[in-house]
Design a protein around this ligand. Structure first.
Ligand code: ASP
Length: 285
């Protein structure tokens, strides 16, 4: 049993996944429970209710989930009014023949599936948006904290999920990497899983998560695969050195790794016994 969740606050999220796995949950349930924990936490300004809104003051969520044994996946983009984006993504995977629902269609689907609707903007996120509108900041442009969890259960099945309110104050309708299978998330039962965070456009540019999995398939370690994928991005698009992109990977045998363009990235790693935070250095150093 292994689990990986990204960023420093991933430690708490990963503990939820670890606990679920220890109780015998399968990898999909562990991933969903961990990411729901993040989405339900209104203090968290990057997922679910309390996530920072788009330029028009509306919270639009992106999420995806993928199951290794069947290569099934589901995703939502620009989902409004339902905070449990990861669970809606799972329903897309399980209840429809499709892989990605966006905008109004995603909202209607969530409603039909019985998800509660509410205003996802909190007093705090509304105040940050107002500050941004007045040109007084509101959020650190370097702030990236999409939440992702990758998990291997007691049967060796691997799954991953990712959930975010996306780049703060993005244009309405902008969908980022977290809704795009291959960019923000990819899982292959025989090889492993990978997820991305940072400027979503950079992850989409190189199909970052798919690339990491394919590099692991060719024999690279999770650390080396994340690094190589970032080097590939920087060589094809040097201007990407100015923007954060961070990647994390969990190999099918439980080994974990990560890489980032800029410093400050970390991931929490549960190795079956302990849950600890691993700091990741910049590829530019
Ligand atoms: N990757 C996310 C996006 O571009 C944002 C983030 O990780 O901060 O929507």
């Amino acid at each position: 049993m292994h689990a990986l969740s990204i960023w420093q606050r991933g430690t708490e999220v990963n503990a939820v996944a670890a606990e679920a796995l220890k109780q015998g949950a399968d990898c999909l349930d562990a991933v969903e429970a961990a990411l729901r924990f993040s989405e339900d936490d209104v203090r968290d300004s990057s997922t679910g209710r309390g996530g920072l809104p788009n330029a028009a003051g509306q919270v639009e969520l992106d999420a995806a989930i993928m199951f290794g044994p069947t290569a099934e996946a589901g995703a939502v983009g620009g989902l409004r009014r339902t905070s449990q984006a990861i669970s809606v993504a799972r329903r897309v995977m399980e209840e429809t023949p499709h892989m990605l629902l966006v905008g109004e269609g995603a909202e209607t689907f969530a409603r039909q599936q019985g998800f509660d609707e509410s205003d996802l903007l909190t007093d705090d996120s509304a105040a940050k948006w107002q500050e941004w509108r007045r040109g007084r900041g509101g959020a650190d442009p370097e702030r990236h904290d999409t939440m992702a969890t990758l998990a291997i259960d007691g049967r060796g099945q691997i799954a991953g999920g990712v959930t975010t309110s996306g780049t703060p104050f993005k244009l309405p309708g902008r969908v980022g990497d977290s809704a795009i299978i291959g960019a923000g998330l990819y899982v292959d039962q025989g090889v492993g899983a990978a997820a991305a965070t940072g400027v979503g456009e950079e992850a989409i540019r190189v199909s970052a998560s798919f690339l990491v999995v394919e590099l692991m398939r060719s024999g690279l370690s999770p650390d080396a695969a994340c690094r190589r994928a970032l080097e590939r991005l920087l060589s094809s698009h040097p201007a990407s050195a100015e923007r954060q992109l961070a990647l994390a990977a969990l190999r099918a045998d439980g080994a974990a790794g990560g890489g980032s363009v800029k410093p400050g990235f970390a991931y929490a790693y549960f190795d079956g016994g302990h849950n600890r935070l691993v700091q990741v250095g910049s590829v530019l150093d």
